[in-house]
Design a binder for this molecule. Structure first.
Ligand code: DP6
Length: 349
């Protein structure tokens, strides 16, 4: 027999960035972070997990290609879910699995992203959140979302935020064992639904420095990282939560842009320096800054993760339409330099 479960998780984009770990093995961060979870119809991972006594080992396929499972992160997630597994009974199939049987049952996992992995857009967040969620479903783990978030964190830090929709805060926690380092929902997806997110794919090349190794180098060499984590981020987190709750776009946009820029400043402050943004990314920042300045109040916020692609958050649909026009004017599609597409409302394209 084979028992299966399927789940889907969206990716998330940080507006106050996570950059730096205080514990590499448990994936515990040096500061809190806040993100917005995207609509699963656009950027998400879909994962099917199957368990069978006929499987001699655990195996995984990503977008149809088998991948090595030797990494500790996958094993941590599987071990933590197995620990919490419960009895499962499928009367129709005549299957009965006792909780202790899960230790001996191997799993096969197939995961797909509905966006190109090569586009350099965060896929580990959606991937690990989905893996944990779906394994939990298969093994009848009925712990609360906080606990699932804490397990997803051990796959990839940013994954702990993809367990929830809307705006989400990852509380860094204090405990050495990581038991209090998990995400909580700030507001749900209906709270601020006039925001429109546009992702401008500047380069579809894979990033040169992974987040994991980049942040390790920053922790070891950047004096700015310590200052940011201890002195800047705590105040920004409070202000960002406030801005989100009040749907205060002006404060939201200022904090989002400032935090993205400080994160990239930390990257430059790392030895050797890390360059995630390129000339096109810088041109997009100038375009938005000039526009916001000319209007007197911010119309669009920008944020860049560990790569050159721009995530642009427009205050409403009207602004998003104007933004797309500006982007297409400044970066004509025949340049093949920038493909922009819209999330949340395809009809605008
Ligand atoms: C710049 O979660 O990918 O996107 O925990 O090592 O897997 P690991 O790193 P990851 O880092 C994400 C970094 C970021 C900022 C963020 O998402 O907060």
């Amino acid at each position: 027999w084979v028992l299966m479960a399927t789940g889907r998780s969206p990716t998330n984009i940080a507006v106050i960035k996570y950059w730096g770990k205080r514990d590499e093995a448990l994936i515990l961060p040096v500061n809190d972070s806040i993100s917005v979870t995207l609509d699963p119809d656009h950027l998400s991972a879909t994962t099917t997990v199957a368990a069978s006594p006929a499987f001699p080992s655990d195996r995984m396929w990503l977008n149809g290609k088998e991948i090595e499972l030797s990494g500790g992160r996958f094993q941590s997630c599987l071990r933590e879910i197995r620990k919490r597994a419960r009895d499962v009974e499928d009367k129709k199939k005549g299957i009965k699995i006792k909780k202790e049987d899960w230790e001996k049952l191997h799993v096969h996992i197939a995961s797909y992203n509905n966006f190109p992995t090569a586009a350099g857009l965060a896929s580990s967040a959606a991937g690990f959140a989905c893996l944990v969620f779906t394994l939990g479903k298969l093994m009848n783990v009925n712990e609360d979302y906080g606990e699932l978030s804490s397990i997803a964190r051990q796959g990839s830090g940013s994954a702990c935020r993809s367990i929830y929709g809307g705006f989400v805060k990852w509380c860094m926690g204090k405990n050495d064992n990581g038991s209090d380092s998990m995400a909580v929902q700030v507001v749900d997806e209906s709270h601020w639904d006039e925001l429109v997110i546009i992702i401008a794919v500047v380069s579809s090349k894979q990033k040169e420095t992974s987040s994991t190794s980049g942040m390790r180098d920053s922790v070891e060499t950047s004096p700015l990282l310590q200052y940011r984590a201890q002195t800047v981020v705590p105040g920004r987190i409070l202000k960002m939560e406030e801005a989100i709750k009040n749907r205060d776009f002006d404060s939201f946009a200022r904090l989002t842009c400032a935090d993205s820029n400080q994160f990239h400043a930390v990257c430059l402050d790392t030895s050797p320096p890390i360059f995630y943004m390129n000339d096109t990314s810088h041109r997009i920042i100038s375009l938005v800054e000039k526009w916001n300045h000319a209007e007197g109040t911010p119309q669009v916020a920008y944020t860049f993760d560990a790569g050159p692609n721009a995530v642009l958050i427009a205050r409403n649909r009207k602004t998003a339409t104007l933004l797309l026009q500006k982007l297409l004017y400044c970066f004509p599609p025949q340049d093949n330099d920038l493909d922009s597409y819209m999330l949340g409302d395809k009809s605008i394209l």
